[in-house]
Design a protein around this ligand. Structure first.
Ligand code: SF4
Length: 233
C-alpha cells in the first residue's frame, strides 16, 4: 500500500496552470520556504486541515478522461512528499499528461520525478546568488539545491517555463534585469513575470507592485531576450 499523499485542495479545471492544456491542479501540503509574498501559507505545513480524499479525486479524473488533458502537481512544494512519484504514475496511467510547479528545493527527489513530467513551471525567486535567494525565500538557504534542479531541468530537454513573482519588498527592477541575464545565459527560453498581490497586513502601494509592468524598457528587454516572455497580473 502506498503512502498517503497530503493534499490541501484541488482546482478541478484550469486553463492557466499548464500552457495550452485543460488541467486539474492538486495543491500539495508542505513547503520548507517562507517567501514573504506567499499566498499559500495554509499549505506550508503538512497536516493542516483538509477534506481532500485522493480516491475521490482519482474517481473524478477517471470520469474526466477525454475532457481534461493534464494534471498539475502544485503546492506548497510538491517535492516535499516522498510518495509524489507513486501518484504521478497513477495519474499518468490514466492517460493524463503530468505537470509540476516547483522551486526545486530537493534535486535528488526532482531527479526521480522529472522523467515522468511533460512540463514544469519553475519558480525563480531572486537573482541567482545565495544571499539574495535566501532572503527571498524567508531566510532558508537552499540556493545551491534550487540551482541544481534548474540545471537538471534545462539539461533534460523537457518543456518548462521560469517565472518570478515581482514583490517590490524583495526585488527591484534592476534585479529583474539580472535574473533575465542569468537565465538567458543558462539557456532558458520562456520567462514570465507575475504581479505580487499584497498579502494580509502588507501596505505596499499598488503603484510599487505595478512598477515592473509599467517599465516599457524592461518589458521590451525581456521580450527581446526570451523566445517567450509574458506577464501575469
Ligand atoms: S515556495 Fe511557494 S508555497 Fe513555498 S513559501 Fe514560497 S510561495 Fe509559498
Amino acid at each position: 500500500m502506498k503512502e498517503k499523499i497530503k493534499v490541501g485542495g484541488v482546482e478541478t479545471f484550469s486553463t492557466v496552470d499548464f500552457p495550452n492544456q485543460m488541467a486539474a491542479v492538486v495543491f500539495m501540503q508542505g513547503c520548507p520556504w517562507r517567501c514573504p509574498f506567499c499566498h499559500n501559507q495554509a499549505l506550508q505545513k503538512i497536516g493542516g486541515e483538509t477534506d481532500f480524499i485522493w480516491e475521490k479525486f482519482a474517481e473524478f479524473l477517471q470520469s474526466r478522461k477525454g475532457i481534461l488533458d493534464a494534471v498539475v502537481f502544485s503546492g506548497g512544494e510538491p517535492l516535499v512528499q516522498d510518495c509524489l512519484l507513486d501518484y504521478i504514475k497513477e495519474v499518468k496511467a490514466m492517460g493524463y499528461k503530468v505537470g509540476m510547479h516547483t522551486g526545486g528545493y530537493r534535486p535528488e527527489h526532482f531527479e526521480k520525478v522529472l522523467p515522468e513530467l511533460v512540463w514544469v513551471g519553475f519558480d525563480i525567486k531572486a537573482p541567482l546568488n545565495a544571499e539574495h535567494y535566501t532572503r527571498a525565500v524567508g531566510g532558508i538557504n537552499q540556493f545551491d539545491k534550487a540551482m541544481q534542479s534548474l540545471d537538471m531541468l534545462i539539461k533534460s530537454g523537457k518543456a518548462f517555463e521560469c517565472r518570478t513573482t515581482c514583490d517590490p519588498r524583495v526585488l527591484s527592477v534592476e534585479d529583474i534585469y539580472k535574473i533575465a541575464d542569468e537565465l538567458k545565459a543558462k539557456g532558458v527560453k520562456e520567462y514570465y513575470l507575475q504581479r505580487y498581490r499584497q498579502v494580509e497586513g502588507d501596505t505596499t502601494p499598488d503603484s510599487e507592485c505595478d512598477k515592473f509592468f509599467e517599465d516599457k524598457e524592461l518589458l521590451s528587454y525581456l521580450k527581446s531576450n526570451f523566445e517567450t516572455f509574458d506577464i501575469r497580473k
